[in-house]
Every structure is written in structure tokens, then in C-alpha cells.
Write a protein that binds this ligand. Structure first.
Ligand code: LLP
Length: 436
């Protein structure tokens, strides 16, 4: 379910007209629907209710705006974090460290120390050296660090090669063959407490069976570790995919069967849950989930305005004011974002164009040879399903300031991050010999 639809001739987010947001805040700008985020969280949590003891740790790397984190903290979510900065954000947003899992292959001493002192629920450890490092840092702080080891189940989940993680050739986790040994080492270290086991097979996965397969593959190990060390939790990670193609027409952030962002068939969260619940229940542990994209992906759009049209003998280009620095998914993952005009087109005629941004790179496009409604300078469009891995992956390349973010709740739109200014862009820089 998502809350973007045409009504009275224009695109609305909940009760707010996106044209009026664009007019007030300017473009480009990100807009999020609070209702969609809440609904996605609740729908997933409800589907997982039969598990009993469970915690949804929202993978905040997908969208870390304080207002989004605050909304989810109020829903009772925990958080999956990957840096000290992310933990800082969670705490600022009213979240709790004892509901945070700290993942990532490159945790620094400072980050480990900070997360430990804040009382983080679990460090999800990705290598043996990291295990030793956490033990050392905990020893110096006079604290015991709760840990889980990320075990790589070597499951092939169909997705883009840059976001597949569950195969043994990826840099993530520890192989199934070595996991028991690494747990034994962890048990021998004085400043660690074994709390769980974590896995994650990749992102934008559109079929439920690979998740269940990962659980089944890890079950013997989990049961063995439970008997040996009294494991408290098992985390299945995140990775559940969303609708990108036809996102508006379907009105649904449900999960789709089939391949990549081209998928046209869907499955529901309930079907997904029914696939994983049985093998997870058999573990008799607290179960953690780390969804990012599913919670926020279809809850956000990027508003942008058409600046120019340009034609070559072979192509028609529509140049917009957002660039790859604002939304990098098409350039980086061949990501597909539907293009919807904010004013509903009067006729259904389409035109094949490339929609491109102003950045000096050929990779700066949002669509190539795509049939979209006829667009003229001044028209505004929404790039759909941009709530996950949108703003958070943006940069100021080409000295383009960070965009504003707007949160809609009912008929109210609030700017939850101000647009950066040119002055903001140079803050902290100096020319040697001159006053800053
Ligand atoms: N847990 C772990 C350990 C992860 O590495 C990730 C994502 C998640 C959870 C959340 O995955 P999700 O539920 O959002 O699929 N920037 C890429 C996606 C990168 C995902 C990285 N890890 C994109 O825009 O498609």
C-alpha cells in the first residue's frame, strides 16, 4: 500500500497536492508519506505476529531522516545501524540503543567504543579480526560486548550484482564452514557475550523461497550454537524487494515474484511471512528482521522540474533539475523509477525520451528510451519509489547542494530537512593562509 494517487487532476501524497509542495519548497525535493511508512511497518509486523518474540530493526541506511526514525521509533521499531553516525541519529530521533544491531565490515575503535557505551543490543560481527577488536575495546572500557556473528549461507538470491551479499564470493560475513570455529573463539574471549546469529542474503529480492532456504541452511548450526552458548536471537537480515515498475498504478508496495526491478508479478508480505515463519519458529529464538527498502521505498518520491527539451537526429532528451547526485540508483544499479507528471496528463499519448539531469556525466539519466507523457519546460514530475536509498546516497557533486526533505502526514507537509545553501556547501573549507 502507498499513499500517492491522482485526484482532481493532480498527484497527491495523502491529502497534500504535490504541485503545491513543489511551488512552496522548490524542486528538486524529496517527499515522504508518513502513512505509507507506518502502514508498511504495521503490515509486516502483523504478518510476523505468529512468531511471537520478534523485533523489526529498520535498516536505517535506506532513509535516515530524523523524522522517519522518530516515526518508526514510536511504532516500536528497533534499528539496524552500520556506523557511529547512524547510532547518533537514532538517539537524536528518540530511538533506543538497546534495540539497535550494529552491522558492517569496517567498524572503527571509536565507533565500537561509542556503541558499547550506549548499550547497543548486538554487534553483528563480520570477521575474526573484528571479533578480537571488539573484545579489546570492551576490555578497555570495562564492559561486556554482546555479539552475533554474520554467517554467510551461500544462497543465490536473484538481484542486481552490486546488492547481492549472500554468496561466499561477497565480502560479507563468515562462511558456514568456519562459523562454529569462530563462535568457539568468541566464547573464549573474556569481554564478549554471545547473543545471536545474523544473516543477510542481499537486497531487492523478489521471491520468498531464498529467505526460507537461508534459514533452513543455517538451522543445524543455530540449534547447535543455541545448545552450546544459549543464543538469544536469530536475525534473517533484510532484503525484501518492492514494486518499482508500475508503482503508481498498482498502488501497492507488495512484494513481487520474478526478476529485478522489471518484475510484474507480486506476492504479499503475508505470503512471504508464511514462507519463513515455519522454519523460523522451529528455532525457538527471538527473531530479528532488518527491512529497509520495504518500509520506506514506496513511501517517497523525488520531485523535479523540466528545464529544457533537446533533440538530436536519433534522440529526444528531457532535461530536469534533479541529477544523479540527488538519486544515483539508475546510474549505479540500473534502477527503474516510474516518471509521473504532477498534473495528470489530459490525454494518454506517450513519447519516447531520455530523461536526464544537469550533471556532467553520461550516466546522469533517470530514464532511457522510455515512453512517458509529453513533457514541456516548467512541467513537474515525480520520480516514484525513491524513499529508499535516495536522499541518503546523494552527494554534492558539481557543487549541487543537498535537497530538502518533506514529510507529509494527512493534509500537512513539513520540511524535515532544509535545502542546503551555497554557503552550507563551503562550510568548514579554507584556503591556506586566509582566515576561514
Ligand atoms: N541488513 C543488512 C546487513 C544489509 O546489508 C542491508 C542492506 C539491509 C539489512 C537492508 O536491506 P533492504 O531491506 O533495504 O533490502 N543501495 C542499494 C541497496 C543496498 C543495500 C545494502 N544493504 C539500492 O539502492 O538498491
Amino acid at each position: 500500500m502507498h499513499s500517492f494517487r491522482y485526484a482532481e487532476g493532480s498527484l497527491k501524497c495523502e491529502g497534500v497536492d504535490l504541485e503545491s509542495v513543489a511551488a512552496e519548497v522548490g524542486t528538486p525535493a524529496y517527499v515522504y508519506s508518513a502513512e505509507t511508512i507506518r502502514n508498511n511497518y504495521r503490515r509486516l509486523d502483523t504478518a510476523l505476529t505468529p512468531l511471537g518474540d520478534r523485533m523489526i530493526c529498520y535498516a536505517m541506511k535506506a532513509n535516515g531522516n530524523l523524522s522517519v526514525l522518530n516515526l518508526l521509533a514510536k511504532e516500536g521499531a528497533g534499528f539496524d545501524i552500520v556506523s557511529g553516525g547512524e547510532l547518533f541519529r537514532v538517539l537524536k530521533a528518540g530511538g533506543r540503543a538497546d534495540r539497535c544491531t550494529f552491522a558492517g565490515v569496517g567498524k572503527t575503535v571509536e565507533e565500537i567504543d561509542y556503541a558499547l557505551r550506549q548499550g547497543t543490543y548486538s554487534f553483528n560481527v563480520e570477521s575474526e579480526q573484528e571479533l578480537e577488536r571488539i573484545n579489546e575495546v570492551a576490555g578497555k572500557a570495562g564492559l561486556i560486548a554482546p555479539i552475533a556473528i554474520r554467517v554467510n549461507p551461500d544462497v543465490d538470491a536473484p538481484t542486481h550484482k552490486y546488492i547481492s551479499t549472500g554468496k561466499s564470493k561477497n565480502k560479507f560475513g563468515i562462511g558456514l564452514d568456519r562459523a562454529a570455529e569462530v563462535y568457539a573463539r568468541a566464547a573464549s574471549l573474556p569481554n564478549l557475550k554471545i547473543r545471536g546469529l545474523q544473516t543477510h542474503i542481499g537486497s531487492q529480492i523478489l521471491k520468498a523461497p531464498p529467505f526460507a532456504e537461508a534459514v533452513r541452511k543455517l538451522t543445524p548450526l543455530v540449534l547447535e550454537l543455541k545448545a552450546l552458548y544459549g543464543l538469544e536471537f536469530f536475525s534473517v537480515g533484510g532484503g525484501v524487494g518492492i514494486v518499482y515498475r508500475g508503482a503508481l498504478a498498482s498502488g501497492d508496495a507488495a512484494w513481487w515474484k520474478g526478476g529485478g526491478e522489471e518484475a510484474t508479478e507480486r506476492i504479499t508480505p503475508e505470503e512471504y511471512a508464511s514462507e519463513v515463519i515455519e522454519p523460523l519458529k522451529a528455532l525457538g529464538l527471538r527473531i530479528l528482521f532488518e527491512p529497509g527498502r520495504f518500509i520506506v521505498g514506496n513511501a517517497g518520491v523525488l520531485l523535479t522540474s523540466v528545464l529544457y527539451r533537446k533533440e538530436t537526429p536519433t534522440k529526444k532528451f528531457v532535461v530536469v533539475d534533479a541529477g544523479m547526485n540527488d538519486l544515483i540508483r539508475p546510474a549505479l544499479y540500473e534502477g527503474h523509477h516510474e516518471i509521473e507528471p504532477l498534473r495528470q496528463p489530459k490525454d494518454s499519448s506517450l513519447e519516447k525520451v531520455d530523461v536526464v539531469g544537469p550533471v556532467c556525466e553520461s550516466g546522469d539519466f533517470f530514464a532511457q528510451d522510455r515512453e512517458v507523457a509529453t513533457l514541456a519546460p516548467g512541467d513537474r514530475i515525480a520520480l516514484m519509489s525513491a524513499g529508499a536509498y535516495g536522499f541518503v546516497m546523494s552527494s554534492t557533486y558539481n557543487a549541487r547542494p543537498f535537497l530538502p526533505e518533506v514529510l507529509v502526514e494527512g493534509d500537512k507537509a513539513t520540511v524535515v530537512r532544509a535545502r542546503q545553501t551555497w554557503e552550507d556547501l563551503i562550510r568548514g573549507e579554507k584556503v591556506p593562509g586566509e582566515a576561514a
